[in-house]
Write a protein that binds this ligand. Structure first.
Ligand SMILES: Nc1ncnc2c1ncn2[C@@H]1O[C@H](COP(=O)(O)OP(=O)(O)O)[C@@H](O)[C@H]1O
Ligand SMILES: [Mg+2]
Length: 365
């Protein structure tokens, strides 16, 4: 089975602890993303799994085989781990053709010429580089070069691939296209992928499950893309997963109190007391009048399909995105300096001033 099991992994450089007791299981056949801010330890973790680095403590198993165990000194070299690896700086060799680049791992493994040719051409076709195999990397686009790196990792037919931000050097359109291709490839070849990135959109788009890591190398939540987006475990994750608004409120006698206002917003926090109301720009319903909290429009930008508002409540700015057609049809189009009413499609409740694993975020739909 192409699984990865990490137990209590610790890794420090000098006095800097990067990973401190990290445990994680990646299941057979899934596309699992490790998502976290820059510098949080993602590449270090991949290098530990690939065998380029040794942890200070902990065990790593790939399938049934323990490849690293600090207590017994077990530490299999990278080539014996059965992994395909693509790093961010995907370094294809500039003086070798596409064919030779991809064939390189098989030549090292002394695969006979006929089989070598078949397998290289299979990998070429898998990543849609057909007919380009005699070109040099300089005659390819950035996206095509990245596919060469992917094919070179795939040619050994590994059941497990580690991908470290492989799309960073590509422009936005290509990145979008390639992420669908990677997902499609993973399903077609039935391989397990561990994908590492700081890009939330890629994480949501390609993953069966993802783990969110914070700046200290701690995993804060593991779940499906829907879990992470709809039920963030804490305000760090809510913040990290896109544009977010926060409003400090108190809750008493079934009413939300903001500044001098008392309002029933229909989605109360779990208990009376001080709360941080979190909501995304698209989770606010803005109107000229009606229920909710009173505010004032500070900025109104027409972006074609959507209206992008900046609204102020008790001195706190909130970003609001509204569908332009719905705003037109509902007579809800608002001008700058106009008073408005703020209602909510969804609200995420957090304890104020938390941003720690113990913040105990609760979400109501
Ligand atoms: N070989 C090394 N020596 C010292 N510090 C390192 C080394 N490799 C990584 N680090 C540090 O570990 C932390 C995590 O790095 P990295 O895993 O590359 O982050 P990212 O999540 O962006 O991939 C960073 O603070 C980095 O400076
Ligand atoms: Mg990195």
């Amino acid at each position: 089975m192409a699984t990865i099991t990490l137990k209590d992994i610790r890794k420090s450089y000098g006095s800097h602890t990067v990973l401190d007791g990290l445990s994680l299981t990646i299941n057979h056949g899934e596309c699992f993303t490790l998502l976290g801010p820059s510098g949080c330890g993602k590449t270090v973790l991949l290098r530990l799994i690939a065998g380029f680095e040794t942890p200070d403590a902990g065990t790593i198993a790939i399938g049934d085989q323990v490849v690293t165990d600090s207590t017994t000194g077990t530490d299999l070299p990278p080539n014996d781990r059965g992994l395909g690896v693509v790093f961010q700086d995907y370094a294809v060799w500039p003086h070798m053709t596409v064919f030779d680049n991809i064939a390189y791992p098989l030549k090292l493994a002394k695969v006979p010429p006929k089989e070598l040719k078949e397998r290289v051409m299979e990998a070429v076709n898998q990543v849609n580089l057909t007919d380009l195999e005699q070109r040099l990397p300089s005659q390819l686009s950035g996206g095509q070069q990245q596919r060469v790196a992917l094919a070179r990792a795939l040619v050994a037919r590994p059941p497990l691939m580690l991908l470290d931000e492989p799309l960073n050097n590509l422009d936005a359109n290509l990145r979008e296209e390639m992420r669908f291709e990677i997902k499609e490839l993973q399903k077609r070849l039935d391989i397990t992928i561990l994908y590492v990135t700081h890009d939330q959109e890629i994480g949501l788009a390609i993953s069966d499950r993802l783990a969110i890591m914070d700046h200290h190398g701690n995993i804060r939540q593991i779940g499906t893309p829907q879990d992470i987006f709809e039920t963030p475990a804490d305000d760090f994750i809510f913040r990290f997963m896109g544009v977010s608004n926060f409003l400090r409120v108190s809750y008493k006698d079934n009413l939300i109190r903001v500044g001098e206002q008392n309002a029933d917003i229909g989605i109360p926090p779990p208990s009376p007391g001080e709360w941080m109301l979190g909501c995304r720009p698209s989770e606010i319903d803005l109107a000229k009048e009606g229920p909710g909290i009173g505010g004032i429009v500070k900025r109104a930008s027409f972006l074609g399909a959507t209206m992008d508002y900046l609204v102020e409540v008790d001195g706190v700015p909130l970003r609001v995105i509204q569908d332009t057609h719905q705003a037109f049809d509902g007579g809800k189009l608002l001008q700058e300096n106009q008073p408005c009413r703020i209602a909510f499609h969804a609200v995420h409740w957090f304890k104020p001033g938390a941003d720690s694993p113990a913040s105990n975020g609760e979400t109501t739909p």
